[in-house]
Design a protein around this ligand. Sequence first.
Ligand code: IMP
Ligand code: MG
Length: 185
Amino acid sequence: MNNINYPEQFNKHIKRVIISKEEIDAKIQEVGKQISDSYDGRPILLVSILKGAFVFMADLCRAISVPCEIGFMCAKSYYSGTVSSGAVKITMDLEQDISKYHVIIVEDIIDTGRTLNDVVKLLKARNPLSLRVITLLDKPSRRLVEFKADISLFTIPDYFVIGYGLDCAEQYRNLPYIAEYQEQE
Ligand code: IMP
Ligand code: MG
């Protein structure tokens, strides 16, 4: 199952593969074609939210067969209790003036919805030509803030997942598949 040569103390937390590399690849090709067809001839800017979405971004941009630019930002959202304050702290911002682009936000996973809700508000205020959100994974049962992506590749139950860019305490991002994280052995 695990083709990464992790020592046992890491391996024991990889409970099972829930989405294989092949399943991810197939879905990305489909979505890449969809984007290529619907955005052809328009200036596209793919915006990835670091760090989790970096692997998805790398594969998605290579599945797009029309010209596109890429940008990265690092965002952290603040909230009190279950209510998002709408305040998002950008620890690394985009370098592009997005008013010249059709922006597609590329995210790894939507959980409570707080981060994307805030990032979308912030980017909309910068007047992009259009703004859409693509997420690799969606956990709708965990939502605290109403948020719906335009394209979601896989909907998953309330599991904590690792791999393909997603981490647990900064580990496991290099697994080529999505796995369920096991708290104890
Ligand atoms: P949200 O603001 O709660 O939607 O936060 C989403 C962020 O939390 C994602 O971009 C991930 O970085 C992180 N996250 C949420 N669920 C998981 C998970 O199952 N595994 C790893 N990271 C997760
Ligand atoms: Mg993320």
